[in-house]
Design a protein around this ligand. Structure first.
Ligand code: T46
Length: 139
């Protein structure tokens, strides 16, 4: 599996349209924002602050995570490096390429994590065992 330098992973700005009459904001993700076609959308919510989600890597799936509301941390791990990214703005998202181990934690009250992904649900795309992940990364 190709190892990706975590320093190259950045938060991507999402276009924000602020209403001139004070009706709030609208953000839009158009096809040029993401390097993949969105095949599935899901969202995490009501996650207790003491719980974590993720704890796996994907063989092929790419995804884009946005904190639609509240905040949470995404810990990225490529087998040799770890990096913590805090998501707390609905007009910024985190693009996670395939092959990166991720854990989502420290969800604030009311946090909603929107996930836009490149493939339909397929359990065989998951690597849920960290030692197995490290083995794959070393190859
Ligand atoms: C990821 C993080 C951020 C489905 O049936 N369909 C789906 O599209 C998904 C995403 C999950 N499921 C089922 C599979 C499990 O029985 O829902 C259950 C919970 O899934 P999982 O333990 O994978 O949930 P998370 O929050 O740990 O991980 C999910 C995504 O699976 C994963 O790709 O990166 O959110």
């Amino acid at each position: 599996m190709k190892q990706i330098d975590l320093d190259k992973i950045e938060l991507i700005e999402i276009r924000k349209i602020s209403d001139p009459d004070g009706r709030g904001n609208l953000s839009v993700i158009e096809k040029d924002v993401l390097p993949f076609v969105i095949k599935r959308v899901y969202y995490l919510y009501d996650v207790p602050s003491s719980s974590s989600r993720g704890g796996h890597a994907h063989k092929k799936l790419q995804q884009f995570l946005i904190a639609l509301s509240g905040s949470f941390d995404v810990v990225l791990d490529n087998g040799t490096q770890r990096r913590n990214m805090t998501l707390n703005r609905p007009d910024r998202g985190l693009l996670i390429p395939n092959g990166i181990w991720r854990e989502l934690e420290h969800f604030s009250s009311g946090a909603v994590c929107l996930s836009l992904v490149s493939a339909e649900y397929d359990e065989s795309d998951y690597i849920r065992d960290y030692d197995a992940y490290l083995e794959r990364v070393k190859k």
